[in-house]
Design a protein. Structure first.
Length: 202
């Protein structure tokens, strides 16, 4: 009799446990992970500017490249008159009228208006490599703070340098287009740097 009762109990427990393990049935088990094992997904910051400014295009027919800049900014291109006769030249793009600059405040030591941005776009008519162009920046004694490789539109390689310039920290894009070294250097407020510099194209 005891054997029958024991057998019935064993069968009852076996059925009970097998019912819990029926394929397709799931049970949620509350577990607590140690804090070190919990992965968090970083928040994606909202876009800086949901309505980007209208852009205009500067085209350099001599060196064969184009670059976008915000509408309402100013160009200084007077050097282009003799650009074909020289080995290098620079044009400037600024968020203020370069030919009629505002009166500097007493705290300005870099010649840039408060919050202003200036770009110098320099063309060196010299077929060289990207690495040699970066080394040339170092040879001038300009401190290079950071360096990163990038790819411009149409797969054109470039290098961005953060440097210590006359106006404090500056950012420079270097690329080789049509056998020319192109330097796009931003000073002052560097927030619009990428939207302008990375538009460089042949």
């Amino acid at each position: 009799m005891k054997t029958k009762v024991l057998l019935v109990l064993v069968l009852a427990f076996a059925l009970l446990f097998s019912a819990c393990a029926v394929p397709g049935a799931t049970q949620s088990i509350a577990t607590e992970l140690p804090a070190a094992e919990i992965l968090t997904t970083p928040e994606i910051p909202p876009p800086q500017n949901e309505n980007p400014p209208a852009m205009m295009t500067y085209t350099d027919d001599l060196a064969g490249f184009a670059l976008d800049y915000p509408a309402g900014w100013f160009l200084e291109t007077s050097v282009l008159v003799h650009a074909a006769e020289v080995s290098n030249y620079s044009i400037s793009i600024a968020s203020w009228d370069i030919n009629n600059p505002p009166t500097p405040s007493s705290k300005q030591t870099n010649g840039l208006p408060d919050g202003g941005t200036k770009f110098d776009v320099t063309v060196i008519k010299n077929a060289t490599t990207l690495e040699a162009a970066v080394n040339e920046v170092g040879r001038t004694g300009t401190p290079i703070l950071e360096q990163r490789n990038i790819t411009l539109v149409n797969g054109i390689p470039g290098i961005i340098l953060d440097i210590e310039g006359f106006a404090g920290r500056a950012r420079m894009l270097i690329s080789i287009l049509n056998g020319n070294v192109i330097y796009v250097t931003g000073y002052g407020n560097l927030e619009p740097f990428e939207s302008i510099a990375l538009s460089l194209r042949a």
